[in-house]
Design a protein around this ligand. Structure first.
Ligand code: AMP
Ligand code: ZN
Length: 120
């Protein structure tokens, strides 16, 4: 379960509204714990956001709930299995300094082009 403060902040959350179907998205995959949709500003031929159905502000908060964390990883696995992805990058931006702009935990799943390391 999300914490009380997290649930309160969810009332005006973009990704909560996408999960609820109140804002349109291009669904790629969903299961009991997760919803996955195409990123509006794709950075690779495949760029999907996988989000927990419940509101957590970032991956650090999500990590306080082991079952919810496992649910998100299982969702990533479900997505890549469905799409047949064998080479992909998974990114959790956490905090504004590294580019987090939506404060509902989400995994970026990127694939379909070569990628450098370290990331920018
Ligand atoms: P981050 O910057 O890591 O918080 O990632 C947020 C991502 O959400 C960005 O890659 C945006 O392009 C994406 N995004 C923002 N609004 C939408 C939307 N309505 N539908 C799909 N993706 C979105
Ligand atoms: Zn949310």
């Amino acid at each position: 379960m999300a914490t009380e403060s997290a649930t309160e902040s969810a009332t005006d959350c973009l990704f909560c509204k996408i999960v609820a179907g109140e804002i349109p998205s291009t669904k790629v995959y969903e299961d009991e714990h997760t919803y996955a949709f195409v990123d509006l500003n794709p950075q690779a031929p495949t760029h999907v956001l996988v989000v927990p159905r419940e509101h957590y502000s970032d991956v650090a908060e999500l990590g306080q709930d082991a079952a919810a964390s496992a649910g998100l990883i299982a969702g990533i696995r479900g997505l890549v299995a469905q799409e047949g992805l064998r080479h992909f990058r998974t990114v959790f931006n956490t905090g504004t300094d590294v580019g987090q702009s939506v404060f509902h935990a989400h995994a970026h799943v990127l694939a379909g082009r070569p990628m450098g390391w370290p990331p920018g």
